[in-house]
Design a protein around this ligand. Sequence first.
Ligand SMILES: Nc1ncnc2c1ncn2[C@@H]1O[C@H](COP(=O)(O)OP(=O)(O)O)[C@@H](O)[C@H]1O
Ligand SMILES: C=C(OP(=O)(O)O)C(=O)O
Ligand SMILES: [Mn+2]
Length: 532
Amino acid sequence: MTSGRVNPQFRLEDQGIEGLGNVYYNFMEPALIEEALKRGEGTLGNGGAFLVTTGKFTGRSPKDKHVVKTESVADTIWWENNAEMTPKGFDALYEDMLAHMKGRDYFVQDLVGGADLAYSINVRMVTELAWHNLFIRHLLRRPDREDLDEFTADFTIINCPSFQADPKKHGCKSETVIALNFDRKMILIGGTEYAGENKKSVFTLLNYMLPEKGVMPMHCSANHAVGNPVDTAVFFGLSGTGKTTLSADPERTLIGDDEHGWSDRGTFNFEGGCYAKTINLNPEAEPEIYATTTKFGTVIENMVFDPETKELDFDDDSLTANMRCAYPLEYISNASSSALGGHPKNIIMLTCDAFGVLPPIARLTPAQAMYHFLSGFTSKVAGTERGVTEPQPTFSTCFGAPFMPRRPEVYGNLLREKIAQHGATCWLVNTGWTGGAYGVGSRMPIRATRALLTAALDGSLRDAEFRKDANFGFDVPVTVPGVAEVLLDPRRTWDDQAAFDKQAEKLVKMFAENFEQYLPFIDDDIKAVAIG
Ligand SMILES: Nc1ncnc2c1ncn2[C@@H]1O[C@H](COP(=O)(O)OP(=O)(O)O)[C@@H](O)[C@H]1O
Ligand SMILES: C=C(OP(=O)(O)O)C(=O)O
Ligand SMILES: [Mn+2]
């Protein structure tokens, strides 16, 4: 049996996918929730939120992500960063996954990645779980119902958590697999229920496809001044640095929280929804995100709740520290309806420095911006990847190495050209530790980070007094209205300043060592930053 609205010429059978049980095409939110409840996939929460747990996998599995090494991509993929899979391994995986699916029910959503239709791709998402279908319906862009009658997909993603891959047969590393095949225009996901894999797979695709069209794909959130998209800001950052939190600013219009493109026409969200962390979510510091947790259809992943009142416990991280909620953009009251922005006037690079060394804000020259973009220093935050249980310093190039199929210079050069062309001002913002490293100090107060961002974005920092940072050479403001002066100088926030100096020295050395790999590929002005 099949039900739902679909292009009659583009059913799963037309794609060669046969022998399934019931297929549900493009079910909308209430119907998906009904199906998910019927199947015992989760439970209803307050306001009609949908509460799920995902078992063993509560974060991404970057090591299990593969790109199929076909001739057409062999020379363009950055293989040092992307595990390969043979076409033969992929074919066997596909066949085995389809065999596993035989007779089972499936949910199909036909969606779009990219708010600017000049650069968007059509994605068909085939999921075993009804709630995954609801999740991706929130996260990607939903075509008008009429358009579904003619929808065909550029890419098809099949996500089957109950399928277990076989490393020997499929050439993967474990029973969990995420395999991208650019020739077959397909992504297969198996052995994990963590919903984030769905959206980050689409991101990876666009990161591969868009540079060829002169579009810079960015792991960033974005917002603009109310009523003025020309005043757009983007916030780059690896998971946990604050993209989602800081872009949902009551004083600005939200464009998106995670993935954007920058074309000659401006910026555009790839997505139609957000995926926020809910750990310690505080209604005062993050009122908009907090409010989504009791809205109809919001997917709440891995949160502990009272079975009687369905009250969520925001402080209980016993299932994972990476607990999440997923909701459509419109659930944030001041979200942009077009999800389009202008050319970024400000580019913020977020870092979560667990060493407590980087200042809470610094202004970067274009060359310094490239240096920090290629370095991608941050700390992985607990729970976001398998095996990460406390903040772990890392260099994740382009602030999103797990999602970059091409070499870092491809993205670096594109960004550099666009910054030069549009004269964007760049900033480094540390949302990590202050007053000592992780374990001694504390996380930067969200209030302070917001005040610093406001000052950077509204132009009031332009004429402020700056000092040169002794360790990194960038400009750091000496005073900012609404922020304690001491906070602006990390050294002064430490009790033991000799310990700070030692820590800073260690971090500078880590930066230098990491950057060696880029020296052969970069221009002299960036080399000058690197060498100091
Ligand atoms: N100064 C700060 N700035 C931003 N986020 C902070 C700050 N201090 C603590 N946090 C917390 O850190 C997490 C940032 O996560 P999130 O915004 O989801 O990052 P991303 O979207 O980049 O993965 C949130 O749980 C937020 O409450
Ligand atoms: C979905 C994710 O993105 P982020 O944490 O950057 O919001 C993730 O890293 O799994
Ligand atoms: Mn986020």
